[in-house]
Write a protein that binds this ligand. Structure first.
Ligand code: MG
Length: 459
């Protein structure tokens, strides 16, 4: 067999990404879809899904065309959140799926996520297999008799909403008569989350609620700094909480009834605390960039945490391998295994509603009951070819602490203080995360490493 690692990687942390007409040319997209179709050869039909991007309808046709010319069958779905397409692949019995999306990237980007028949992103090994088929041009070219058949899949969103509702106590949620503000960010949850909320008996207020590939509202990536409108709206409407979704609707960030925004590991820990009562022992899968809070909550319930490399695929696959019911990421990805072990913004919203309804408490009180840790995050530009050299420099310069090499360089300075330096898998960036139970300690540690990273990336 040919050495696979010698080929350039086309899959990043989360699928293939690029700019249509530039990296994602028509030739590249169709040949890649032919390669993916060949990888799934002999399986049942493939689902071709898409998000709201302006280039998604054209790319979806190119993907379908590539799949059919490899001899595989394909069914095209309308706009839906990524987790809705994933749930459709599994529950309707598709052989696999390709979702045209660039998640939270700016509007000029697009990409492809490849889904296995279990609805979860394919493994890293399968990505390498597809890259090899592509680079060696070993994809199938069907003759006129064996070209695949195409069709339409029209039940993705309804199936998704019903699937989520079956996982929560709808009657209990409805009793609480919650008001919820949803910042859709002009993304794919426009077609699902508000309708789910209404069917769970909530009063739903939306902002940036129209699906729009130009993302004219606050952009496709929710962060605690661009959700001021959400915070304001929550206060104006006296809502129980607010939630903001990313472009393809798999991630969700929440704010409490006072408009205070939280990172995903804090709200995720709240859910872990609630859900470990339903799923005793866990385990809980999360990435090394997630707060140690998750570990503390899991310990309280005698549950194990499996720490993974950074990336939703890594968490999902760890959940599949360990049959874990729960997974989370600090960026707002929460994974609920009993539904489907992929991150899912609308499923997460339903679980938060259930947790608040069951505990009969406010969002802020539920969060305040968790231990406090201080965090800092930043990103520094660094060309891809310089990343190994920069990481080596940082390792030599950091002379203290216990090192965890699960992903990048995670340095534990003391029992509750760590810093993670990690080259991004998708962008020319070095990402820095730091956390401590002591704010002063965190500031000085962060400043010291920030200076080192700046020096290393500048030289
Ligand atoms: Mg996303």
């Amino acid at each position: 067999m040919t050495e696979q690692t010698s080929y350039p990687k086309l899959f990043g942390t989360n699928g293939i990404r690029g700019i249509p007409g530039k990296d994602l040319t028509l030739d590249f997209v169709t040949e890649m879809a032919q390669s993916i179709g060949s990888y799934f050869s002999g399986q049942r039909s493939l689902l071709i899904g898409k998000d709201v991007r302006n280039s998604s309808p054209a790319l979806s046709k190119a993907v379908l065309s590539g799949v059919l010319s490899s001899g595989a069958n394909g069914e095209e779905a309308d706009i839906a959140p990524t987790p809705a397409h994933q749930f459709a692949v599994r529950s309707f019995g598709y052989g696999g799926g390709i979702i045209v999306t660039a998640s939270h990237n700016p509007s000029q980007y697009n990409g492809m996520k490849v889904i296995g028949s279990d609805g979860v992103e394919i493994s890293r090994e399968s990505e390498r297999e597809i890259e090899t088929i592509y680079h060696e041009k070993k994809y199938k070219k069907a003759d006129w008799k064996s070209i695949g058949r195409s069709g339409k899949e029209t039940h993705v969103v309804e199936n998704y909403i019903k699937g989520i509702m079956s996982q929560v106590n709808s009657a209990k949620i409805a009793e609480s008569k919650f008001t919820v503000v949803m910042d859709i960010g002009n993304g794919a949850q426009a077609v699902a989350a508000p309708y789910l909320g209404e069917r769970l008996g909530c009063r739903i207020i939306t902002i940036n609620g129209q699906a729009d590939g130009n993302f004219p509202g606050r952009g496709p990536e929710p962060t605690p700094t661009n959700l001021k409108d959400l915070s304001e709206a929550v206060k104006v409407y006296s809502a129980a909480f607010g939630v903001a979704y990313d472009g393809d609707g798999d991630r969700s960030l929440f704010c409490d009834e006072n408009g205070l925004i939280y990172w995903g590991d804090r709200t995720g820990s709240l859910l872990v605390d609630f859900l470990l009562e339903k799923h005793p022992g866990g385990p809980v899968c999360t990435t090394v960039s997630t707060s140690q809070l998750v570990g503390i909550i899991a310990q309280k319930h005698n549950a194990k945490v499996i720490w993974t490399t950074v990336g939703a695929v890594d968490v999902s696959r760890a959940m599949v391998n360990s049959q874990a019911p729960l997974g989370l990421e600090e960026n707002g990805g929460f994974f609920y295994g009993p539904h489907i072990p992929v991150r899912d913004g609308a499923m997460t919203t339903a679980l938060i509603l259930e947790a608040l309804a069951s505990r009969k408490t406010s969002f802020s009180k539920a969060i305040q009951s968790l231990p406090t840790f201080y965090q800092k995050k930043a990103k520094y530009e660094c060309p891809n070819e310089k990343k190994p050299q920069v990481m080596k420099y940082l390792e030599t310069e950091s002379k203290e602490g216990k090192i965890d090499r699960t992903d990048g360089l995670k340095i534990w300075i003391d029992e509750h203080t760590w810093i993670l330096l990690r080259p991004s898998g998708t962008e020319p960036l070095i990402r820095v995360y730091a956390e401590s139970d002591d704010e002063v300690k965190l500031d000085s540690l962060y400043e010291r490493f920030q200076a080192m990273v700046k020096e290393a990336t500048a030289s």
